[in-house]
Design a protein around this ligand. Structure first.
Ligand SMILES: NC(=O)c1ccc[n+]([C@@H]2O[C@H](COP(=O)([O-])OP(=O)(O)OC[C@H]3O[C@@H](n4cnc5c(N)ncnc54)[C@H](O)[C@@H]3O)[C@@H](O)[C@H]2O)c1
Ligand SMILES: N[C@@H](CCC=O)C(=O)O
Length: 544
């Protein structure tokens, strides 16, 4: 455990670069975008550090230019899942035995590599492959993942220092050992955050666990570069084994393994519920009870009180609803605004939203790119059709989608007079904000309505200047959001500052960015050493 070693330094958050015109970072990023645009990467399966090619290839294309192929990846088969589990088991013997200080040190080095020489590679891959602007890529693929690596090293160090607090009996020494779980962790990541692809594997790995990682199909380019980063930083082979391919094919085989020790998932609620159910059905076949940690969807709200600052409300709704095309689990998706504000709000919102630019995100003039793929495009288009056809809805802005070059969906504002409309209750995962204007006098009822409308509990925000109104919302919405914002957008949580996650249908709320998260990935052993063991079984009351 080496608690005598100097503590891991307390990290700060990595500074976000601005990419202003003629800045050196803009030039460097543009050069890297050009380089990556002019190649097609062949992505292998990586198991035990070895590259495997099945020849069954799938493509990664630019969402904003779907004729542009960026990469081809080899799809894993069920037999390769078995090989990955075996490779993880092999690596476990050395990785889980390694001193925690060595693992922490490796993570700090990895973070420095990421935001140093590999920064533009990760950002460019995220912009091209996931259609993020330079800002959206920078805040997560570079800065957030570096923060995750550094804070996890710090949290690990803090955790192993947590030891029994009771005063030991004379002649006794008690301590805790933070062991790896016995088996492998199945990490499953979504398309929308490169940093999550990283952290879903690397958070359990820092506790000595070894990982079978299944990235999202549409995130494969940045996923591959993450594997390159790990190798370059000196991560031993087999600690993270990457399986590109079809979710259910890989998932079915991985969840059937008797050595499954945990699932670390982020993605949709439906997929997580399926995984949980499968784990439940297989429970008698596992060697231990797998830890199941999952963060899923949201239907995130913004409530404004009549005292709210209208300018701040509009700016934060536009950012919260449309940045990264609304494809954040935290995106503002439903808003409850006072009727007295309606005309002024709409006037300002429409004028501001009219300046929002959409197109190829590698053109630095654009605020938005395209949604991730055809499946997503069709799903969001269905909601736009529903808004147009439903008499309780009026499309005030946008409402159109264009698939001719890329998967583009216009930033959309819908006003509804039915607060139970599906646009107010279901996760859309696209740039669609629906607003319900409530009678000003019904603020308390509206808070109840907001709390009870959706099955999710991820993020939400209150905009108010009146402190009593703020407190009323704080109390009424206590269980409606795991991340609650006051006069701020409900997106953009920062590691170490706003630990992230939600309850209800949104997940297990184990809070990424909080030290206690690592407790889910360790199997603590309590050790009592007795320097003067009893030599007579009789208690004092039995002696003559
Ligand atoms: N709460 C959070 O922190 C958070 C963060 C990011 C994204 N999300 C959510 O993620 C969703 C969007 O991401 P997505 O479209 O990639 O989600 P998704 O559920 O479609 O896919 C997530 C991952 O699960 C895999 N998968 C699918 N079926 C599987 C199966 N049967 N077994 C194992 N793996 C399987 C996919 O291939 C992918 O890697 C949204 O609902 C969003 O809210 C939540
Ligand atoms: N942590 C991110 C959301 C991640 C989900 O997509 C935020 O706070 O906006």
């Amino acid at each position: 455990m080496s608690q005598g070693i100097q503590a891991v330094p307390r990290p700060g958050n990595e500074s976000v670069r601005g990419y202003e015109a003629s800045s050196p970072e803009r030039a460097a990023l543009q050069a890297e975008i050009t380089r990556q645009s002019n190649q097609i990467v062949e992505i292998p399966i990586i198991v035990g550090g070895k590259e495997i090619r099945t020849g069954k290839l799938a493509e990664v294309r630019c969402p904003h230019d779907h004729s542009h192929v960026l990469a081809r990846y080899h799809e894993a088969t069920p037999e390769i899942v078995d090989q990955a589990v075996a490779a993880a088991a092999d690596a476990w013997h050395t990785w889980s035995e390694l001193d925690y200080r060595a693992r922490a040190s490796l993570y700090l080095r990895m973070a420095d590599l990421l935001v140093g020489p590999r920064r533009y590679r990760m950002n460019a891959a995220t912009m091209l492959g996931q259609s993020k602007t330079c800002h959206q890529a920078e805040i997560e693929a570079a800065c957030e993942f570096a923060d995750m690596l550094r804070f996890n090293a710090y949290f690990l160090d803090q955790l192993v220092r947590q030891q029994p607090v009771g005063e030991a009996d004379p002649g006794v020494w008690n301590y805790l050992e933070y062991r790896a779980l016995e088996g492998f962790i199945f990490a499953v990541s979504p398309f929308n955050f490169t940093a999550l692809g990283g952290n879903l594997a690397m958070a359990p790995a820092i506790m000595g666990n070894t990982i079978v990682w299944k990235p999202a199909e549409t995130q494969m380019l940045s996923a591959y570069y993450l594997m390159e980063l790990y190798k370059e930083a000196g991560l031993p082979d087999g600690v993270v084994n990457m399986l590109p391919g079809h979710g259910p094919t890989i998932g079915t085989r991985a969840l059937a393994q008797e050595t499954l020790a945990g699932v670390h998932f982020t993605g949709s609620t439906a997929t997580f519920q399926h995984i949980w159910k499968t784990v439940g059905e297989n429970i008698a076949n596992y060697r231990s009870y797998p830890r199941v940690v999952g963060e899923t969807g949201g239907k995130n709200f913004v409530v404004a009180h009549e005292s709210a600052d209208a300018e701040a409300l509009v700016a934060n709704l536009i950012r919260g609803a449309y940045e990264f095309q609304g494809q954040k689990c935290s995106a503002a998706s439903r808003a409850y605004l006072p009727a007295s504000m309606k005309d002024a709000f709409l006037e300002r919102y429409l004028a501001e939203a009219d300046t929002v630019t959409m197109g190829d995100p590698t053109d630095f003039a654009n605020f938005m790119g395209a949604v991730i793929d055809e499946r997503s495009f069709r799903k969001i288009s269905g909601y736009l059709d529903s808004a147009r056809e439903d008499p309780s809805c009026t499309v005030m802005l946008g409402g159109n989608a264009d698939r001719s070059v890329g998967w583009f969906v216009e930033p959309t504002l819908v006003v509804t007079d039915n607060p139970q409309n599906r646009l107010m209750t279901e996760e859309i995962f696209g740039p669609v904000l629906t607003v319900y204007f409530y009678p000003d006098a019904q603020y308390a009822e509206t808070l109840d309505l907001c709390r009870n409308t959706s099955p999710y509990g991820l993020t939400g925000a209150i905009f108010a200047n009146d402190r009593l109104a703020t407190e009323q919302a704080y109390r009424a919405l206590r269980h409606a959001a795991g991340n609650f914002y006051i006069n701020d957008k409900p997106t953009g949580a920062v590691i170490g500052q706003q630990p992230f996650g939600g309850g209800r249908a949104s997940g297990t709320n184990d809070k990424t960015g909080l030290g206690s998260h690592l407790l889910r990935w360790t199997n603590i052993r309590t050790v009592k050493e007795n320097f003067a063991p009893a030599k007579d079984y009789r208690y004092p009351f039995l002696s003559a």
